[in-house]
Each structure stands twice: as C-alpha cells, then as structure tokens.
Design a binder for this molecule. Structure first.
Ligand SMILES: Cc1ncc(COP(=O)(O)O)c(C=O)c1O
Length: 372
C-alpha cells in the first residue's frame, strides 16, 4: 500500500487506503455470498434487469449514514453530476456555480436548459452581486415579488459548490452559503467528492460536520476517492430521488453497477464506521502543515485543511521539473499544468493519506522547500 510504480503515493485520491483494504474486499465477498449474488454483471439498466437487492440495502445504509431522506446510486460521480444537472433545473431556471466547479458539474449544467452563471471562486459577495445583477436585468423582473432577490418562486435558483475543491483543496464558507440560500429560498447543491471520508463524524463529509444536512437541497458523494472503490450517489429528499429515477438519463440509459461494486460500496461504508483511518489522515494533515510551517513554506500553499495541498510553482516547465525532482527522490506528486489551472497558477498537487508516514512527509517537505 502507498506505492505507485514504486514511488510513495502523494497523488492518488485513495485518502484512507481503502482501495487495497483486505477487510473491505473480504467483507464485500461475504456480502455477495450471503445474498446469493455471486455474478459478474448487472445485465441491464436498473429500470430493467439491472436492479438487485444489494442496491436497496446500500442506499438505505447510505441514507441513514448521511442523515438523508433518500439516496440514489449512480455509476460514477461524473454520471451523478450530469444526471442531476441535466434533468433537475428546468428551462428558465437559474444556476449559479463556483468558477472552479468540477468538469462533471459544468458538463451537466451545459446539458440543462437553465440559464447559467459562474461566480468567483468561494466569493459569496460576487455571487450576491451576480444574482442581483442578473435578476434585475431579467425579463421576468416585472412578475417578481420584492424580497426574493427579485425572483418569483416559480423561477428556482440553484447555487452550486463543492465542499472541497479538487484542484485547490480549499473549502467554501458553507454556513454563509446555507444562510444565504435559506433566506432567499435558493436551492444549494454541494459536491462532497473530496470531503467524504475526510471531514465529519466517521468521515460523513463537511455538510454533516457543520450539521447542515437538512439545509442543502442535494449532496453528491462519490466512491472512487476516499472510499477506494467506484460509483457515486445523490442524497436528497424522496421527491428528488423519485424524480432522478425517472428523468436522469445517465441513470436510466446505462448498465447498472454490478453487484460486486455495490457490495464494495456497502462494505466501504461499514468500514468507515469502525476504521481509525480518518483519524490517521487528520494526523497526517496536521503533521504536514507543521513541517511546512517549520520550514516556512506554508504561505506558498493554497490554504487547506483537506487532504489536498497545492504548492504554486508558476510555469508549466518549472512545475514539471519540480515533479521530476520529486520522482527522483521517490515521491509520486503530480504537476497540474495550465490550461487545467490558470496560467501562473501551475502547481504541485499533494494528496495526503492515512498511510503516509511521518518520515515520508518530513522528507517530502524538505524537497518541497528547495523549490520555494
Ligand atoms: C468534485 C468532483 N466531482 C465529481 C467527480 C467525478 O467523480 P467520478 O470519478 O466518480 O466520476 C470528481 C472526480 O474527479 C470530482 O473531483
């Protein structure tokens, strides 16, 4: 565990080391045996032949774990986001999304018939300005009651963010966003892909850590990162889940996940409840921050409490060279180049894991300090 091509893993999303957990592997095999589902494929869409009893069991477990009314499993986070955003917002609805939102969110939004606007990263004032400007100039203005940001209830407004941003590792002010949305009747959607397993009791995510689960319209959790397996789910009201079941095309028109994938998801969730790996990960994050502070390089990082830490090294060539140097020292750290990130914001993206040792981190930070 912890080695990719014989390099020490500071790049994968396997934050808790679950992808290689024998415990999860064995528990999922046992689940398949117990439920008589030792088969290789699902054989069809869930609406046809692909449904199997493990789905309901996993979805019920996830709903309880996340204190959500209902859950719908999708084949991936990409599918969950395009399924949600292409089907829920309707023509004439407005979507405001953080400019650093993941490609799957942006692709889903593009597939919708709603009007879409992006606000500056984690900038709630910019979001407010944008909503005001948009709704004032909107042709719908005449029919809108004052006090709802100029909008009638018939024109829903969706606000979209991530609880941990995948390329920056930072978090939005979720409490402020929730308050703003609650006051105005806006629908908040939070992608928790990189927060699941990292924040909250038993790794339940940042929304639950802040006790906001009843105040967001929908959450997207993905299982290919800290959960170490594959798939994703939308968490929300029963009404929302029933709607997605009938209208989300990336849910309907695709072969369902095979039973062993669903068994692995369930086993990974059960393991989250008993595992100490989240505590180990938190200790790793704190140790990494401490070492960076000792070598006085903390200001070169984008501020982050998550498992993702990014050191800005402007220039594609420069950041690639830094990654090569790290490789020679035995570390797998990926360079993130422009245009994936804006020019001059090229960076090393360091992913921390429960299994990274203090010795590895100490050495890594020493090498990082030579780039600053
Ligand atoms: C924020 C975010 N949402 C969704 C996804 C997509 O998840 P998946 O890999 O399960 O398709 C990712 C993966 O990179 C992500 O970072």
């Amino acid at each position: 565990m912890g080695k990719h091509n014989n390099l020490i893993d500071f790049s994968s999303n396997d934050y808790l080391g679950f992808s290689t957990s024998k415990e999860i592997y064995n528990a999922s095999n046992l689940l398949l045996k117990d439920t008589n589902l030792e088969q290789n494929g699902a054989t069809g869409s869930r609406l046809l032949t692909g449904n199997h009893p493990l789905y309901k069991r996993a979805e019920d477990f996830i709903s309880t774990f996340h204190k959500a009314e209902a859950t719908l499993i999708f084949n991936s986070g990409y599918d969950a986001n395009i399924g949600f955003f292409s089907s829920v917002p309707q023509r004439g609805d407005l979507i405001f999304y953080d400019e650093l939102s993941h490609a799957s969110i942006r692709d889903g939004i593009q597939m919708s018939n709603a009007k879409t606007y992006k606000f500056k990263h984690n900038d709630i004032d910019d979001l407010k300005r944008l909503i005001e400007k948009t709704t004032i100039t909107s042709p719908l203005q005449g029919e809108m009651p004052i006090g709802r940001g100029g909008h009638s209830l018939e024109q829903p407004i969706y606000i979209v963010t991530e609880s941990v941003f995948s390329m920056d590792g930072d978090v939005p002010d979720l409490v402020a966003l929730v308050n703003f949305c609650t006051e105005n009747g806006f629908y908040l959607i939070v992608d928790e892909a990189h927060a699941l397993g990292v924040f909250g009791d038993n790794g339940s995510g940042l929304v639950q850590q802040l006790h906001l689960e009843n105040k967001v319209f929908a959450r997207i959790v993905t299982f290919g990162k800290a959960m170490g397996c594959h798939g994703a789910a939308v968490l929300g009201s029963q009404e929302l889940i029933d709607y997605l079941l009938n209208f989300a095309r990336s849910f309907i028109y695709t072969t369902a996940l095979p039973p062993h994938s669903v068994a692995t998801i369930l086993a990974a969730y059960q393991n989250l409840e008993s595992s100490k790996n989240q505590e180990l990960l938190q200790a790793t994050i704190q140790f990494f921050q401490k070492k960076c502070t000792e070598l006085n390089i903390q200001d070169r990082f984008i501020k982050s409490e998550s498992a993702i830490h990014t050191l800005i090294i402007p220039g594609n060539k420069e950041v690639k060279n830094a990654s090569t140097t790290l490789k020679k020292e035995g570390f797998d750290v990926k360079p993130i180049l422009s245009p994936t990130v804006p020019k001059n914001k090229e960076r090393l993206r360091i992913c921390l894991h429960s299994f990274n040792t203090e010795r590895e981190i100490e050495k890594l930070v020493q090498v990082l300090a030579t780039f600053v």
